[in-house]
Design a binder for this molecule. Structure first.
Ligand SMILES: Nc1nc2c(c(=O)[nH]1)N[C@H]1C(S)=C(S)[C@@H](COP(=O)(O)O)O[C@H]1N2
Ligand SMILES: [Mo]
Length: 347
């Protein structure tokens, strides 16, 4: 991103963690089984919601507790629905689990793509608290269980595009951000929602290092109407399991029409605000990263083109380039949010 050729922030000998992620590889559902199920699901009435699914089809929907050896209490419920988030075009085959969990950006654990998987193994996500404050009638401090309780979990298979011009397709497990926000009863002054990642340099070695130049904690924000869009997801799992630490456990955002850095990980605070809140990458390099950060092939990053992307997995011999779509292909769902706005100016 804006900082190039950084030294590896954390010599491997300094930090002892479990390798990779907390899920034992022997217990990972073989990817072929997962993809087969996806293919099966794709054969059902496309875009069907759980409410309308026949019993046999509903039974095929991923049950995180059954497949996750960690079996967190709050994931005991089965996923209630599979939602095709976009109506326009094919979403594509899910990226292999191994790529989605080993090629990460989570600077709290280091700036290298492999660092989050390598250094987040011991990260403590239970118990977890989320503070909700600002322009709300019902704020407070909530446990993760409080946050999740009323929300049926849904699986959303989304295209996900990083500003660095690579992309993935990930089956996320989560629930509507709008439904969560409504519970806190935003006041009439609330125009934006701000999010904050945990600040804990003892657990997050990247926060104790100055290599990244980031002012911790990582912060992000949305206009309230963007946050209320049905595509905005609060995510607690992926590939039918709880979220691995390197992907932002236990609670993260997923905003498939925006560059990846808007999808903030390991959230501990949600604040409704009257004014546009500061956002981490915009603070770091305001001419390179705007507040909106909608995927837009017509507005290049000052240092590289955004017209194409490499779809993971890629290799030297097959970089797997494809054209980047406006709003990452979700224009039917979100273009109305930006009607009349100059997207060259509000990038
Ligand atoms: N707290 C926090 N959230 C973050 C980041 C980060 O460094 N810290 N990186 C962002 C970027 S740049 C991307 S592309 C996505 C990557 O998500 P993934 O690792 O699950 O693919 O997380 C985003 N959320
Ligand atoms: Mo990113």
């Amino acid at each position: 991103m804006s900082v190039k050729n950084l030294p590896k922030a954390f010599p491997k000998t300094l930090i002892k963690t479990r390798k990779n992620n907390p899920i034992l590889s022997s217990e990972i559902t073989p990817e072929s089984v997962y993809l087969d199920r996806r293919r099966f699901m794709a054969g059902l009435a496309g875009g069907a919601l759980a409410a309308g699914l026949p019993g046999s089809a509903a039974a095929l929907i991923t049950n995180p507790a059954a497949e996750d050896p960690r079996k967190p209490d709050w994931l005991k419920q089965a996923v209630a629905a599979r939602v095709d988030s976009n109506t326009s075009g094919e979403v594509g085959q899910p990226t292999p689990y191994s790529d989605a969990t080993r090629y990460n950006n989570f600077y709290e654990f280091g700036t290298g793509k492999g660092d989050p998987a390598e250094y987040s193994g011991a990260f403590k996500t239970d118990p977890w608290k989320v503070v909700v404050d600002g322009e709300v009638a019902r704020g407070g401090s909530f446990t993760l269980e409080d946050i999740l309780k009323p929300h049926p979990l849904e699986e959303h298979i989304c295209r996900f595009r990083c500003v660095e011009a690579w992309s993935m397709v990930v089956p996320w497990v989560g629930f509507s951000l709008a439904d969560l926000i409504k519970r806190f009863e935003p006041t009439s002054k609330a125009k934006y929602v701000a999010f904050e990642t945990l600040y804990d340099p003892k657990q997050m070695p990247g926060q104790a290092s100055r290599f990244s130049g980031i002012q911790w904690p990582y912060v992000e924000g949305l206009r309230l109407d963007e946050a209320m869009n049905p595509l905005a997801l609060m995510v607690v799992g992926m590939y039918g399991r709880s979220l691995p630490n390197q992907n932002g456990a236990p609670l993260r955002l997923m905003l498939p029409w925006k560059y990846g850095y808007k999808s903030i990980k390991s959230i501990v605070r949600i604040t409704l605000t009257e004014k546009q809140p500061p956002t981490t990458w915009n603070l770091l390099a305001p001419r390179e990263y705007g507040f909106y950060s909608n995927v837009n092939p017509n507005v290049d990053h000052p240092r590289w083109s955004q017209s194409r992307e490499r779809r993971l997995p890629t290799s030297l011999f097959d970089p797997n380039w494809r054209d980047t779509e406006m709003f990452n292909g979700y224009g039917d769902e979100v273009a109305a949010l930006y009607k009349g706005m100059d997207l060259q100016k509000y990038f």
